[in-house]
Design a protein around this ligand. Structure first.
Ligand code: KIV
Length: 284
């Protein structure tokens, strides 16, 4: 088992002006791929609601969903910093809710938590930071409430964005996501703040970039236009399924052409997975 030593939030904070990549992850195998590729900041985003759970928005995602995903990502990695989203409803009502939900995420595997909102969310950020849990802020378009309120229109009110950015920085956030912020405003924010800005649909002027894994891998049919596709995994998977189904239909898989396959076939009644404890030997 690999030694677990994760990148800290203060190390990320000191990456101001050092361009770095962040990607979302929701399970162990893809998180492992991202870490092996050298991406050392992973976001267990509540975008999981759209790209994995099949919801129309992130609003229905529950704290339990995020805990389960955070645990899987933690078990699949050993060095990456894992930011985990506080889902809608888990922090808005009170500071106590925010702290309790953040503790649940940390126990599940989070290195830090992320919540949506600027000036109005600053007291929550401060409360979570006081409890010893690092917080990444998120301003601009806020998907948790966009569908029921402000919408997904790009944000370009620079004064508003600067007030939000300064408020979350003062509250103790170690970084801030800028989602669908006008690129010129994102540059101004990046210059004005001492914490790294992590852009998504906010142009190339931020300190870092984040992409939703399923968008960049071609696994999600409704990816936003700003998300560059680096692979077509859905097509590769569909082709593999098609080939497998055809080979089973044609009888070419399993082939039973090698001696070991013949042996396996003639031993088909033996239990395949034996639990290796004397007291729990399979009896079948
Ligand atoms: O949930 C998510 O994936 C996010 C990114 C869009 C930043 O919050």
């Amino acid at each position: 088992m690999a030694t677990v030593r994760r990148l800290t939030s203060s190390a990320i904070r000191s990456r101001k002006h050092a361009r770095f990549a962040v990607v979302t992850a929701y399970d162990a195998p893809f998180a492992r791929c991202a870490e092996e590729a050298g991406i050392d900041v992973l976001l267990v985003g509540d975008s999981m609601g759209n790209v994995v759970l099949g919801y129309e928005s992130t609003t229905p995602v529950e704290l339990g969903d995020m805990c389960r995903a955070a645990g899987a990502v933690a078990r699949g990695t050993s060095k990456a910093h894992i930011i985990v989203d506080l889902p809608f409803g888990s922090y808005q009502a009170s500071d106590e809710d925010a702290v309790r939900s953040s503790i649940a995420l940390v126990k599940a595997g989070a290195s830090s938590v992320k919540l949506e909102g600027g000036e109005s969310a600053a007291p929550r950020i401060a409360a979570i930071v006081r409890a010893g849990i690092p917080v990444c802020a998120h301003i601009g378009v806020l998907p948790q409430t966009a569908a029921i309120g402000a919408g997904f229109k790009r944000k370009s009110d620079t004064a508003r964005l600067l007030a939000d950015g300064r408020a979350v920085e003062a509250a103790g956030a170690f970084a801030v996501v800028l989602e669908m912020v006008d690129p010129a405003a994102a540059v101004e924010l990046t210059q004005a703040l001492s914490i790294p800005t992590i852009g998504i649909g906010a142009g190339g002027g931020c300190d870092a970039q984040v992409l939703v894994m399923h968008d960049m891998l071609g696994l999600f049919a409704h990816a936003p236009p700003f998300a560059k596709r680096y692979a077509e995994i859905a097509s590769i998977a569909t082709e593999a399924f098609r080939t497998y189904a055809r080979e089973v239909r044609e009888g070419t898989f399993p082939s039973r052409t090698t001696a070991s396959e013949d042996r396996a076939a003639s031993n088909a009644d033996a239990p395949v997975y034996a639990i290796s404890s004397a007291s729990t030997k399979p009896t079948a």
